[in-house]
Design a binder for this molecule. Structure first.
Ligand SMILES: [Cu+2]
Length: 131
């Protein structure tokens, strides 16, 4: 009987923790949830943009993303922006990408005031597209 009550209390506490988890102060950095292309993707067709989705709303003025070639050339069009209708989404468009390895870097400020700085890479496969 006591153990049954105990488990109930633990379950209730776990549920409360889960419910609070996403808004607990100091514990709510913007985390990259998914991206297009995904990190470490090997793409047969060069993407013309990168979209990043985070678990939290971003501060548009302090969130950016860029794409770099292996030679260190910036390949995005320097137009990274947080989507006006979906503040969890950050997008940037790309110049034509030749086959090769690229690194996407992002730095975002979530509404809780924490900066997250990270990167991932992807590869465009194959020979240059035929004319
Ligand atoms: Cu945070």
């Amino acid at each position: 009987m006591i153990s049954r009550v105990g488990r109930g209390a633990v379950a209730a506490l776990a549920a409360a923790t889960l419910a609070l988890g996403s808004t607990a102060p100091g514990d709510a950095h913007a985390v990259l949830v998914r991206s297009s292309p995904p990190g470490r993707a090997a793409l047969s067709k060069a993407p013309d943009r990168v979209d990043l989705w985070f678990n939290e709303r971003l501060e548009a003025a302090f969130s950016s993303a860029s794409v770099w070639s292996a030679e260190g050339t910036q390949m995005d069009r320097k137009d990274a922006r947080v989507d006006g209708s979906d503040p969890r989404r950050l997008s940037v468009t790309l110049a034509p990408l030749a086959p090769g390895a690229y690194t996407l870097r992002y730095r975002v400020l979530s509404v809780d005031g924490h900066v997250v700085d990270s990167s991932f890479s992807f590869t465009v496969k194959g020979a240059p597209a035929p004319k």
